[in-house]
Design a protein around this ligand. Sequence first.
Ligand code: ADQ
Length: 745
Amino acid sequence: MNKTIIVSNRLPVSFKIDNQHLHAETSIGGLATGMKSVHSEGNGIWIGWSGLTEEQLNEKLTEEVDQALKKEKCITVSLNENDVENFYYGFSNRTLWPMFHYFMEYTEFELDQWNSYKEVNQKFADAVLEHANDGDTIWVHDYQLMLVPQMIRDRNPNLTIGFFLHIPYPSYEIFRTFPWREELLAGILGANLIGFHTYDYVRHFLSSVKRITGLETKFNDVLYNGRIVKVDSFPMGIDYDRFHEAALEHKTRPEDKKSDLMLKLEEHSQHFSDNKLILSIDRMDYTKGIPNRIRAFEYFLNKYPEYKERVRLVMLAVPSRSNVPQYQKLKSETDELVGRINGKFATVNWTPIWYFYRSMPFEDLVDLYASSHVALITPIRDGMNLVAKEYIASRANHDGVLVLSEMAGAAKEMHEALLINPNNFEQIADTLKQALEMPHAEQHVRIKELKKRISRYNVEKWAEEFMKALESGKNTPDMLVSKKLDENIINDMTDSCSNSKKRLFLLDYDGTLVGFKNNPEAAMPDDDLYDILDRLAANENNEVAIISGRDRNTLEKWFSHKNYTLITDHGVWLRKKSKDWEAIERIKSDWKDKIRPIIETFVDRTPGSFLEEKNYSLAWHYRKSDSELAVIRARELGLVLTSLISNNSLAVLEGNKVLEIKNSNVNKGRATAKLLAAEDYDFIFAIGDDWTDEYMFEELPQSAYTVKVGAQKTQARYYIKDNNDVRKILEGFAKKEKYGSELYN
Ligand code: ADQ
């Protein structure tokens, strides 16, 4: 039976050692809850670090940890102090965390830490591989483990791998500064499905992929190494019922069961019936905007002094990563700010800020959520922010107001909250006033809507949706109908070639026989290419046909002295071996004068693009342009041209980074048909890389060996990754030898 393996830096159970004794703590965090249903299914397991280093563990303690984890279906990855220092506190939290949250001034690029990150990611991947069997599903979590998907795939391609990033994905302008950007992207792209909290992060990721790797993306799919990698947004939810029920319980809790915190909160509301609580809860992290929030609160008290002694900011911060210097700095800055503001505004009866720097049990957390009139959540950047959702879930009476930073992923789905820019104190002050004065009826409407969404799309639903998307990808692991050209097919093809008497080789030129150059003129044939083609053409039973979109003049210049068949201009002209040129189609090209100026305006508006004028077509090339802009412009130009040519017997062809407009009755298919009608071939090999070659593939009989260069949807029977192997295949035909499998990995 197949199983699911969850992989995250920390396990849902973590350990501490106190006086030589082991203490286990079960995480109540969102991830652990969301994964519960995935984890409890069948023989699923969770792989992660226990929280204790190798140096802290002796044999006895290791045994105890393993035993305790076994019950929870968890397996540890063993890390030493050095790993934790360099991989976790180092690369994860001093490079990836600040960079992905746009804190470039905190971002360090240290080679040693990057090496440690790679080593530790390999340890996680090894642990997965040790426990995974073919057909299993692996779900890898978060920024600490971004290389793991590809590391797993390298050793076992028969696993389905999902990856979810819990933090924001930054824009290309940030990500491009990262020295190991290609390797990190390749690591994530090892997955079958990549999930983010919001669509903005998806966009940023795809933009980095396109610009850094040059890979093709179609909608949310990335074509990578012959696979389709799906990228999508899955906004993470919370365990709604747990908070909702705890909040209901809070309302009816008997006096003797009330915690100290709850008694204190009640005392507060009895003494100051007109006094409202503003709550903030976060990990003590510089991304959470804690100093900004305190300053904005000070600004509010100055701007609206009538609220002095009538509001209180209850600020709860959980200690986090306290051995990273920036976190220590943040802690002292916060202490200082709270001290200064309390000193400045406090009266005998009132301190404006209650500040707790500690973790709190779940019940206390809910007491705070349930007792606070306003939640003020102001991160500078936040992947999602679950606190905002927990506050809403804990409002059993449907009252309260959420003031939320638009920089939190949660803002994308919590439109009924009052959204603020965390850097705009004026706006925060005014919004706080609005929140404190909001009529009850309006609070009710807003909270009700928010509750509806958060209860429906809870953390279980989130996990279920992700797994569903991952599983659906499993059934179509290879959306390409064509098969990868492997050793068996190659053997079969060579045998068939040797046993035949009349052979046709249809070879596209650009992107197939030669790689793409920025300038079309630069892609002239080299000596090696002439040599291979000459040897192939030397056999009188072989017909070597170059079938190209290039114009007649160019192909004549390059190949007129050769004994090859030439088809030019996508099928306008044909030259059979060394005979004379003949026109396959009689066509007019007077339309060009009308279309040329339109394309020229696109050239002006799209830096790096240019117009190539051929005898029978106009081609707009955008290989050198900014890829995102070019895609938009290509779509625009396509629309403009299509609307112009509807009754004009012209067609717009989308090639590889080129749009070409030409007569619609000209295509490589018609030219191919003409060749086939003239001779009886018993072996046909055709190869090409772009859309225009599809007409050629379509025209050929089933028995032909048709090969697409590049992993894209195609009519061809087979595909190869890129054009690096094309010459090796032709070399094989020329030599009529079997080729080694190492060429086609
Ligand atoms: P975090 O940065 O940790 O998570 P968040 O989503 O707010 O941020 O989750 C914090 C969790 O810790 C909440 O469940 C909250 O209840 C709990 N918590 C906070 N303060 C506490 C306290 N004093 N005592 C006890 N518990 C406390 C990362 C990303 C987020 C993303 C999550 C989930 O940074 O953007 O939402 O992962 O993907």
